[in-house]
Design a binder for this molecule. Structure first.
Ligand SMILES: [Zn+2]
Length: 440
């Protein structure tokens, strides 16, 4: 049992004073307000917030930060650069980059991450001796960085969708593919049996561009109503092509193939029709918005408020890691909605924290500062240049990742007084980056 004490904690959107949080076996066993601190309590300074859950990550995209802004272009030219980074990965480099990226995430206030993992094989598509060497590198990286990992094993079988139908994988995409659905499921079963106790393992379809309707159906059956993620409707080109080839939108195709349900997370959902919104709501699905990525890649602004109003659920993800900062994602979610609606206060701070602790994408039953949830908590400096003067409830709209001083994950203190247990996270990131982009 470990006991933490916070003079201020934001619980269900309200400020509670003098709160003791007791962690037993990685979960909150007792949360009591208006108590007196004892010598056994570990003090969390500032304001305690729930640990935030990152619903969508590609750890290796961190290698692209600050390297894609010079030449203009579109999402699709950015993707060429991303494939180049993917082509430089091997299990050791992947481990080093993911370990540093996950440490950056924890230091920013994320306590759990859903990693959308598709770089399965060696360049060219041949398998490593252990066909899950890359996935296991991510599991080891998360363990060292102190973040709870939900590893999404992504099925990726086709290069794309054009007017002629599904296209062949190009050479850079071949390492993402297992060749066919049987081989994917066989590798996935092995991953589950060999690593199931070390990380939560889920299933994902890369997109409606990478799997045919029959393959989507088989994947949904394999998931059996459990954790299932898919990218959808991020780019208008995808929506238009899906409409042209299948006569329906990507969301309608996902609904038709059994991919939408209460444990399903649709990533992005930027370009949605009213029918799409209704289908997502009827399924009780979660839509994982990645606002700083969607802004960086010029995707567009998704209908966040309309989804919530219809009955769907939202979550946030840092996706390509142009920024790793849950506060920036939440501020962008509200800010983007203000720009499109011309209204302020679309998501009150308590609701933003609820969105950041949606347990579905990572496969938790509960999350947040409540008994039974994983014992995750983040302490924010209430007197920084950004936060000084904010009301405690308003701090969600003023804080940044730089204001996180302490982070507890599953009852264990991973960041203490601004110091992550990895020590110099910036140096770890730089060293990992030098392996991916060696100086010439
Ligand atoms: Zn993504």
């Amino acid at each position: 049992m470990t006991s933490y004490f916070a003079s201020h904690a934001l619980i269900d959107g309200n400020v509670q004073r003098d709160v003791r949080l007791k962690a037993v076996d990685g979960h909150w066993a007792e949360i009591t307000a208006s108590v007196t601190k004892t010598a056994d309590d570990i003090e969390l300074p500032g304001i305690a917030l729930p640990g935030m859950l990152n619903a969508h990550s590609h750890a290796f995209h961190r290698a692209l930060r600050g390297r894609t802004h010079g030449d203009g272009g579109t999402f699709w030219t950015w993707r060429t650069r991303m494939y180049e980074a993917a082509s430089r990965l091997d299990p050791d480099r992947y481990f080093a980059l993911a370990r540093a990226t996950y440490a950056e995430m924890v230091a920013a206030g994320y306590t759990s991450v859903a990693e959308f993992h598709y770089v399965h094989h060696a360049p060219g598509g041949s398998s490593y001796d252990d066909p899950n060497a890359m996935g296991k590198a991510l599991i080891a990286a998360a363990r060292e960085a102190g973040i709870a990992l939900t590893l999404l094993d992504v099925c990726y079988l086709h290069g794309g969708l054009d007017a002629t139908g599904y296209t062949e994988l190009d050479p850079l995409q071949q390492r993402f593919s297992d060749g066919d659905m049987d081989s994917f499921l066989a590798r996935h079963d092995r991953l589950v049996s060999e690593t199931g106790g070390e990380a939560t393992i889920g299933l994902a379809a890369h997109s409606v561009r990478a799997l045919t309707p029959d393959e989507l159906r088989r994947l949904a059956t394999a998931a059996g109503g459990g954790i299932l993620h898919v990218h959808a409707s991020e780019q208008l080109a995808e929506v238009e092509m899906c409409q042209a080839v299948h006569g329906m939108s990507p969301i309608a195709l996902l609904a038709e193939t059994g991919m939408l349900h209460a444990n399903a997370s649709v990533v992005h959902g930027t370009h949605l029709s009213e029918t799409d919104i209704r289908l997502l709501a009827e399924a009780g699905a979660t839509v994982a918005f990645c606002p700083t990525t969607e802004r960086d890649l010029a995707d567009g602004i998704g209908p966040a408020r309309a989804l919530i109003d219809a009955g769907a659920h939202l979550a946030i993800g840092s996706d390509q890691h142009a920024i790793i900062d849950p506060f920036a994602e939440l501020q962008a979610l509200e800010g983007h909605e203000r720009l499109t609606s011309h209204n302020r206060g679309n998501f009150p701070p308590g609701q933003l924290l609820q969105i950041a602790t949606n347990p579905v994408p990572v496969g938790y039953e509960h999350a947040g500062l409540c008994v039974g949830a994983p014992a995750d908590v983040v302490a924010i400096d209430a007197h920084s240049t950004r936060t000084a003067g904010s009301e405690p409830t308003g701090i969600v709209m003023t804080a940044s990742a730089a204001d996180v001083t302490d982070v507890v994950v599953a009852g264990e203190r991973i960041v203490a007084a601004d110091q992550h247990r990895v020590r110099d996270v910036g140096a770890a990131l730089s060293a990992a980056m030098e392996e991916i982009w060696p100086a010439h």
